[in-house]
Write a protein that binds this ligand. Structure first.
Ligand SMILES: Nc1ncnc2c1ncn2[C@@H]1O[C@H](COP(=O)(O)OP(=O)(O)OP(=O)(O)O)[C@@H](O)[C@H]1O
Ligand SMILES: [Mn+2]
Length: 424
């Protein structure tokens, strides 16, 4: 064999080896999990309405991607509500008690919102008890001066991702506080002020704990006093313990000493594999319209938009005070920044109506203003509230809210979509 032949044959063998390696490499790559981060998609077929909304999302007018200059003055007012200090606790609580307004549950103008939050963070605790209402561990903090706070303890770090179904996991304490700010920025003021508060296990809790609370406490292996509480899901092995400095962090939520009516939400999620009526019936809104007023439906849609932004799919019931829905129990938001469960918006895309006032407000906060404002207002109390991933997720979901309204306009015309009704 000539040298040329040997060289050619070796080259051919080498090529075969390279091709083989390439072939097996490709095979193994196919079985590797994808590493890029895409929002999770359900395995079920995508309903046509979701596809249509996604098409509107891809063709969203550029104004929804940029800041709205008209927001500047609104933001200025918000800053003056929240950037405050120096009021005496007595005068703050007096203002709260005597407050009566049809638009806002609590005073907020001229620094009042910031003063209430400050008072909630710093007022001394008179006594602490279990708050056995609801399914999750929470405490009742009675402050000196007799104001009450619900205290939902921290169960997760801000960056923890909660996987599983829409109502999985414990409440997220930061979601309560975040939602308070979100609602205030979106001008939904039927909401209880909420703050991050850190309470000391000895000075704040044990020194003021009623005997009933002490009976629901155990020492852990490090000798710390931990609480398992009194509630539907409370278990002796699912305790909340102080950190290395002896503190328990949580959301302090102003307790509303008011009578309110509780209703079942028509769009509540199922807690088992059985589908709810709204999931099977495209004309479900017609059914709801025969039972509820347009005003109440518009109000449910306002709440659904907030729930969609934070991804709270657990609003199984809603409380009404003075004919308006109270934004209470917002702890199931901020679970997974990679997930946009669009069916939380079902009230909006099934009824295709929205209050003009709500829409105008949504249009004002485009292009990152929502994130920027919540971060700024929370910084006055020194809090971060959530991770950048969650802030990005909320901005992405806001675009989906715009797209859903565009879908409704495309389907029914703007005259049928926007409604001017007083009091919501
Ligand atoms: N700030 C508040 N002021 C007064 N009552 C409140 C307040 N927050 C919640 N409640 C009442 O206490 C009940 C339980 O609160 P919440 O819903 O936050 O607890 P939960 O443990 O998450 O309950 P669930 O699992 O049923 O959602 C609510 O039904 C509501 O009526
Ligand atoms: Mn709840």
């Amino acid at each position: 064999m000539s040298m040329n032949c040997i060289f050619g044959f070796s080259l051919f063998l080498l090529l075969l080896v390279v091709l083989n390696i390439y072939f097996f490499y490709n095979l193994s790559v196919e079985h590797r999990p994808a590493t890029f981060k895409l929002p999770m998609v359900k395995s079920e077929p995508i309903p046509p309405v979701i596809k249509e909304i996604n098409e509107y999302l891809n063709r969203l007018p550029s104004q929804y991607h940029t800041k709205n200059s008209k927001f500047v003055s609104v933001q200025r007012n918000l800053i003056s509500s929240f950037n405050s200090s120096g009021a005496s606790l007595d005068s703050v609580w007096q203002n709260v008690e005597n407050w009566a307004d049809e638009e806002s549950l609590f005073p907020y103008k001229n620094g009042a919102a910031g003063q209430i939050l400050q008072a909630m963070r710093t007022s001394q605790i008179a006594f602490v008890d279990n708050a056995p209402k609801g399914t999750q561990l929470k405490l009742l903090l009675v402050l000196k001066g007799n104001q009450k706070l619900y205290f939902k303890p921290k169960r997760y770090n801000l960056s923890d991702v909660i996987r599983g179904n829409i109502y999985a996991g414990y409440d997220r304490h930061n979601s309560e506080v975040f939602t308070y700010y979100l609602a205030m920025v979106l001008n939904y003021k039927w909401v209880a002020p909420s703050v991050i508060r850190r309470i000391n296990i000895n000075y704040d809790i044990l020194a003021h704990a009623v005997p009933g609370l002490k009976r629901t406490m155990v020492k852990n292996s490090q000798g710390s006093d931990c609480i398992y509480g009194k509630c539907y899901y409370c278990k002796i092995n699912e305790t909340v313990c102080p950190d290395s400095t002896g503190h328990i962090e949580g959301a302090g939520i102003l307790y509303l000493d008011k009578y309110f009516k509780v209703n079942k939400s028509p769009w509540r999620h199922s807690y088992n594999s059985k589908k709810m009526e709204w999931e099977n019936d495209k004309d479900f809104c017609k059914k709801v319209s025969s039972l509820l007023s347009t005003k109440r439906i518009l109000n449910l849609i306002d709440i659904a938009i907030i729930d969609f932004l934070i991804q709270n799919g657990d609003r199984h019931r809603y409380e009404v005070y003075k004919h308006k829905i109270l934004l209470l129990d917002n702890g199931k938001g901020l679970g997974n920044p990679m997930l946009d469960e669009l069916d939380i918006l079902a009230p909006l895309y099934q009824c295709c109506i929205i209050s003009s006032k709500t829409w105008q407000m949504l249009e004002l906060v485009s292009g990152g203003s929502l994130t920027e404002t919540i971060q700024l207002l929370a910084s006055f109390q020194g809090e971060k509230l959530t991770t950048d991933d969650h802030y990005r997720a909320i901005e992405r979901r806001l675009l989906k809210v715009y797209a859903t309204v565009m879908y409704c306009i495309g389907k029914h015309g703007s005259a049928n979509v926007f409604h001017n009704i007083d009091g919501i």
